[in-house]
Ligand binder design. Structure first.
Ligand code: BES
Ligand code: ZN
Length: 622
């Protein structure tokens, strides 16, 4: 009942300018002790070794003795080989430091305790990563688009930065970072930072992120990368064979930035580039600052899936500028971002298009609510989840979004826009908790328009496992039409040839396929396939929806196509529904295990975990 109490305090003090509650000193997903010694700057010097699948070198951490008496710096690590630790006083020499690496915890990794003298200002750790580091994926030539060079990328969110950098791996701690990365000749390194077009004389790429960011936003990729500009602040990095298609798909990004700036304030990060990853990238996108990482599965040629870019861009305000202070506050990142995304999408592509996306998001929410444990159905949990990866679902995204839509409706769009803008401005480059958001909400909206929203209602949004009845549910006439056509088609009133599906956007197809009633017959699915050539479509989003449907209908003739698909894709959202559909029968599960054995070496470590949970019979998650 923690939040209810907190809420009570801020509701009670509604007449005064409520001071925001302080940030917690620590959080459950990190061993760090920033309340005693805090990392203020991070400087990496790493070499990339594709043969040994290792990053090795040093990280220098500038530290501040927050508590002058503190003599131990606690860092997060996971499966790192720590070779040497040194400390240095101002203008002094590096001196060997004692350190202790604790036994590993399955989720959190190993605490690294370093003895630091009172006058130490920097700590240097010499280390290398292990080949199966959870935050890295090392790809062979065959796993890339060009098949000529290997590829490496990091994925640090939520708690994987510690598997490639020893640091205070918690969003409570923000620091600017610098890096020097030595790559094999012919390969380019890119990071979530200011970059240079050429390496320096000794073959190192240099980077600098001057703004303080949380550790989960430190990102690196190395490969055969080319760049194409698409606007005054925007461009695309991709393997050369993908570059033109990617630049065409994402050509309208500058416009999205301008729209976001109009409502939410200036874009504060300088450039906004995109990096197109190989298909094994486990997410749709990752909002690494200045350089969003994006799945190639949204490059379809028709720009119909670019709301993913709006989403990652929106994190430049909700997430990167104002950051969830702990992983229990994840909805502050994703719920806000989902709300901003729909707003940007409707501003750029029209209300009707935005409505389609909202309805699909709502369907995802219902699906997630059904599969999630009760504890994970609310926006904040009673006790923190053990592993943030395990509880990942659409709930913080779409329920968080519906909460903000509900507030918007209560206070009016104009007031609510101003409120959000103020939240971003007043917390820029800071981390924030749900309790701080509630205090700010109380101060800036509730106290000014009293009687519109009660503490009980807020608690229902945040803490109760079911969705409040007052939720403002989205509707889309374009999708309702598809539902009606589907009904007539299912009952035989509308022939397959008469379905107007050749004009459908992928969103309409998604609705048509993803919420198909179980009564659909295999013959009907065959007719669809014969008419619209869905098996083997080059649209990976559609491909996943279609194959899931065939598998769910028990159609074993879909198995070879499913196998091909699962060997060629790696985005969790696309592959897990297929594994889940197969795992429903003992025979399907046996086949899924066979396919997985072949596909696993190409999957990202996080995707492997997710699929293995399904094959073990755990249903929740992505
Ligand atoms: N930050 C997330 C991805 C993420 C979340 C990585 C948690 C690791 C842990 C990113 O912004 C995101 O939400 N991606 C979505 C995009 C979609 C909602 C448009 C995805 O990958 O599906
Ligand atoms: Zn996101």
């Amino acid at each position: 009942m923690r939040s209810l109490q907190l809420l009570g305090v801020y509701m009670a003090s509604s007449m005064s300018v409520a001071a925001e509650p302080p940030l917690p000193a620590t959080e459950p997903h990190s061993y760090a002790n920033p309340q005693q010694i805090r990392v203020r700057e991070v400087a990496l010097d790493l070499a990339v070794d594709f043969e040994r699948k290792r990053l090795s070198g040093t990280v220098d951490l500038a530290i501040e003795h927050v508590d002058p008496k503190a003599r131990e710096l606690l860092l997060d690590t996971r499966a790192l080989d720590i070779e040497q630790v040194q400390t240095r006083a101002e203008k002094g020499d590096w001196k060997a430091a004692e350190f202790k690496l604790a036994a590993p915890d399955r989720v959190l990794g190993s605490r690294l305790g370093i003895a630091v003298p009172g006058d130490a200002q920097s700590v240097r750790v010499r280390y290398s990563t292990v080949p199966d580091a959870s935050g890295l994926q090392w790809l062979t030539l065959e796993q890339t688009a060009g098949k000529r060079q290997p590829f490496l990328f990091t994925q640090s969110q939520a708690i994987h930065a510690r598997s490639w950098i020893p640091l205070q791996d918690t969003p409570l701690v923000r620091a600017p970072y610098r890096a020097r990365i030595k790559t094999p000749k012919g390969l380019r390194a890119v990071m979530s930072a200011e970059m240079h077009d050429e390496p320096d004389a000794d073959g190192r790429w240099r980077f600098e992120m001057p703004q303080p960011i949380p550790s989960y936003l430190i990102a690196l990729a190395v490969g055969d990368l080319a760049f194409k500009s698409t606007g005054k602040r925007t461009g695309v990095y991709a393997e050369p064979s993908m570059l033109d298609r990617a630049a065409h798909e994402f050509a309208e990004t500058e416009k999205t930035i301008e729209l976001a700036e109009k409502t939410y304030g200036p874009y504060r990060w300088g450039r906004y580039d995109l990096l197109v990853l190989p298909p094994s990238f486990p997410y749709g996108g990752m909002e690494n600052p200045r350089l969003t990482f994006v799945t190639p599965s949204v490059i379809t040629g028709d720009r119909k899936l670019v709301s993913l870019i709006a989403h990652e861009l929106a994190h430049s305000w909700s997430g990167n500028l104002v950051t969830n202070a702990t992983w229990s506050d994840f909805w502050l990142n994703e719920g806000f971002t989902t709300y901003l995304t729909y707003r940007l999408t409707e501003a750029q592509y029209g209300q009707a298009f935005g409505d389609m996306e909202r309805v699909l998001g709502y369907h995802d929410l219902l699906d997630s609510m059904e599969r999630a444990d009760v504890a994970d159905r609310s926006l904040i949990r009673e006790t923190p989840a053990a592993d943030p990866d395990e509880v990942f679902s659409s709930i913080p995204y779409e329920r968080g979004e519906l909460f903000l839509v509900w507030l918007e409706q209560r206070f009016g769009r104009e007031a609510f826009d101003a409120f959000l803008r103020g939240w971003f401005d007043d917390h820029a480059f800071k981390s924030a908790t749900t309790a701080q958001f509630l205090a700010y909400l109380q101060d800036k909206l509730l106290a000014r328009q009293p009687g519109k929203v009660s503490a009980v209602q807020l608690d229902a949004w945040l803490k109760v496992p079911v969705l409040p009845d007052s939720a403002v549910l989205p509707t889309s006439s374009a999708l309702t039409e598809v539902e009606q056509q589907r009904e007539r088609w299912l009952s035989g009133k509308l022939g397959t040839a008469k379905l107007p599906a050749s004009t459908w956007a992928v969103q309409q197809w998604q609705l048509f396929l993803d919420s198909m009633p179980q009564s659909v017959t295999r013959e009907q699915l065959q007719q669809l396939d014969a008419r619209f050539k869905l098996t083997g479509t080059s649209n990976q989003i559609l491909g996943s929806s279609w194959l899931r449907l065939r598998l769910a209908a028990g159609d074993k003739s879909a198995w070879p196509a499913a196998e091909t698909y699962l060997l060629g894709a790696g985005r969790m959202r696309l592959i897990t529904p297929l594994y889940r559909a197969l795992a429903k029968t003992p025979e399907g599960l046996a086949f899924a295990k066979q396919v997985y054995a072949k596909a696993a070496p190409g999957y990202h470590p996080i995707a492997r975990e997710a699929v293995e949970r399904i094959l073990r019979g755990e249903q929740a998650g992505v």
